[in-house]
Ligand binder design. Structure first.
Ligand code: AMP
Ligand code: ZN
Length: 265
């Protein structure tokens, strides 16, 4: 799930408390391009009720296609993670400024302070923060509308963002002691041979909206490529069109244990 360290709406501590309240056994916080929420999450998850798996999510490119890579159990300070995250945050900030410039050009000025207010200081900034600022300013009715009318690819204020090559992202996760897992993979399963070659170790099989047929297809792919299987809701907030409640995707209870076993090897 995502916290307000990236584009979720709840703080890391709130996510942990909500998960405990929902009687979940384990969660992972996998913010986009940042580990800024992990310390607060760990603090809130100190008790015995909930297992917290530290994580991250990278958008990456392979064969000119976009894939999302989860890094479970990464150590935030390890390997080249800190410097890479700093560089990614920097490029996100520059890109956000370009978006704000484009919006101003088409008559929708937003004070930069508004954007900084909308996202947590020192954490990564994304289009969702700009979308919320556009709603707050009264330019559009909803975040969805902000994306469709202004921010989506092909819309007037779209600016692409730099993405790591998948080989780099996989290596980064491995070097930080983590397990690289391909997130919500249905549209990119043909890329599995390349990604496995690059060092992928897991496949997200259980995901919001996936049918039993799709899940069993992914299970057999995981089997074929000898990949661990994971799952989750990709929870960001309530009220987003594609959001489902925290904990509403069934993930087999031995999942975390299997990840741990792989780590110890
Ligand atoms: P960015 O990383 O800045 O390109 O923003 C991508 C994020 O925006 C995704 O992770 C989603 O959380 C969110 N997003 C993308 N499209 C939409 C949409 N149509 N409505 C709401 N949120 C969206
Ligand atoms: Zn997100």
């Amino acid at each position: 799930m995502h916290s307000n360290a990236s584009d979720g709406t709840y703080s890391p501590g709130d996510l942990v408390r909500m998960a405990i309240e929902s009687q979940l056994a384990a969660i992972s916080i996998t913010d986009h391009d940042t580990v800024a929420g992990l310390e607060a999450a760990a603090e809130a998850a100190k008790g015995p009720q909930l297992e917290l798996v530290p994580g991250i999510e990278f958008s990456a490119v392979v064969d000119a296609r976009e894939v999302h890579l989860l890094g479970y159990f990464i150590a935030p300070e390890a390997g080249r993670l800190p410097e890479t995250l700093a560089a990614l945050a920097d490029s996100r900030t520059q890109r956000a400024r370009k978006i704000v410039d484009k919006l101003a050009e088409i008559g929708l000025p937003l004070g930069w302070e508004r954007i900084s207010e909308a996202h947590h200081e020192n954490h990564v900034i994304g289009r969702p923060h700009i979308a919320r600022a556009l709603v707050d300013q009264g330019y559009v009715r909803s975040v969805e509308a902000a994306f469709t009318l202004l921010l989506d690819r092909g819309a007037p204020a779209y600016v692409p963002r730099y993405k790591l090559p998948s080989s780099t992202a996989v290596k980064l996760i491995l070097e930080a002691g983590g397990l690289p897992v391909l997130a919500h993979p249905l549209a990119v399963t043909d890329l599995l041979p390349v990604l496995v070659e690059q060092g992928l170790v897991g496949l997200e099989v259980f995901y919001r909206g996936y049918t039993l047929g799709q899940i069993s297809e992914l299970l057999s792919l995981a089997n074929r490529f000898k990949l661990l299987t994971t799952g989750g809701t990709d929870f960001h907030s309530e009220g987003r069109m594609d959001s489902v409640p925290m904990g509403s995707v069934y993930v087999p209870p031995d999942t975390v244990e299997k990840l741990r076993t792989r780590l110890s090897r």
